[in-house]
Design a binder for this molecule. Structure first.
Ligand code: NAD
Length: 334
């Protein structure tokens, strides 16, 4: 099986490729990625000479490049993760989000449609998995959960661009009957995330004795999922998901930002113990809130559990500690 993974040099894509490579010895994996500032292809260096992992630098916004790569690799499946992914950047400058997330999704989807429709078997069997976010649903108050039925109400340019891409993918199933599945996942944490995201920022700033910035009063709530669990869910959705369906994915693991930051500081106190006055929590500084900051995200992941048998693992403390140790190693070795 020939599978294209887009955005495979990013956080989730690289973890996913390592997993797919290990689990499917008969798969050839083609990673196509623009290699933006958010990427780091070195994480996959162990696969370089494997003979069944290939990389090509491709900007999905460039239709000619996408056409060439789809025609050359002739994928039997695509797992589409490439996107501009940082909400703060989308507030500063939305245009790359509109281009990469909306136009980029259209280009790869359309090139697959054109290739796969040439052959009846390919049209039936070849699958496009679109990886999206729970942020498309907007925000929750103290109660309730997002499900696949929740109406879309994106609030940031990032979530609006992802919502747009979800709709384009949906329309390819409704209109052409294309074999697509969409997943909407909560916040991921784990190894190889770009340093701009919350958990790496907290660890890096703490280790450097810098202030740890927390938006507003840190009351916003997120549902955290270990990246390997997300990759497990993506593998399941890609292989077993029903065409035209969407699946919400979450960790059943809600944390106020401030409580999560304090928890990371406590683990760093145990592992390193060099915080000011013996406590990294003394570095926490509240900063002006993000514009349009969604209050709470939480996922009800019963559909993927009941229909596809996927569940998140439960050991948040252990996986968070493992993540912190990974970043300690990364930042100390620089
Ligand atoms: P990331 O920013 O770490 O990686 C994105 C990758 O996409 C990068 O390697 C980048 O170079 C590539 N890319 C960006 N624009 C491109 C373009 N025009 N052409 C080709 N490649 C391009 O992001 P991530 O956290 O790994 O997220 C991956 C996907 O999962 C995204 O679609 C995101 O919306 C979704 N998602 C992320 C989370 C999360 O918590 N990180 C949660 C739910 C969904």
């Amino acid at each position: 099986m020939r599978v294209i993974v887009t955005g495979g040099a990013g956080f989730i894509g690289s973890n996913l490729i390592l997993r797919l490579f290990k689990n499917h010895e008969d798969w050839e994996i083609y990673n196509i990625d623009k290699l933006t500032y958010a990427s780091d292809h070195s994480y996959l260096k162990s696969l370089k000479d494997s003979g069944r992992y290939y990389f090509k630098k491709v900007d999905l916004v460039n239709r000619d490049e996408v056409h060439d790569v789809v025609q050359t690799f002739r994928p039997q499946g695509v797992i589409h993760l490439a996107a501009e992914s940082h909400v703060d950047n989308s507030i500063q400058g939305p245009e790359p989000f509109i281009q990469s997330n909306i136009v980029g999704t259209f280009n790869i989807l359309e090139e697959c449609r054109l290739l796969w429709k040439e052959d009846e078997e390919a049209w039936k069997n070849n699958r496009f998995l679109h990886v999206s976010t729970d942020e498309v649903y907007g925000e929750l108050e103290d109660d309730g959960f997002f499900t696949e039925e929740t109406p879309y109400a994106p609030n940031s340019p990032y979530s609006a661009s992802k919502a747009s891409s979800d709709f384009i993918v949906r329309s390819y199933h409704q209109t052409y009957g294309m074999n697509v599945v969409t997943t909407n996942c909560s916040n991921n944490y784990g190894p190889h995330q770009h340093g701009e995201k919350l958990i790496p920022v907290v660890i890096r700033n703490a280790l450097n004795q810098n202030e740890i910035p927390v938006y507003g009063k840190g009351e916003n709530v997120r549902d955290w999922l270990f990246v390997h669990d997300h990759c497990d869910a993506l593998e399941v959705a890609f292989q077993k998901g029903k065409s035209g369906e969407t699946y919400t994915i979450g960790g059943n693991n809600e944390w106020k930002n401030i409580d999560l930051v304090r928890k990371i500081c406590d683990i760093l106190n145990e592992e390193v113990g060099k915080g000011p006055d013996g406590d990294y929590k003394n570095l926490i500084t509240f900063v002006t809130d993000r514009l349009g900051h969604d209050f709470r995200y939480a996922i009800d992941a019963s559909k993927i559990k009941n229909e596809l048998g996927w569940e998140p693992s439960q050991d948040f403390d252990g996986m968070l500690r493992q993540t912190i140790l990974w970043y300690m190693n990364k930042y100390n070795s620089k």
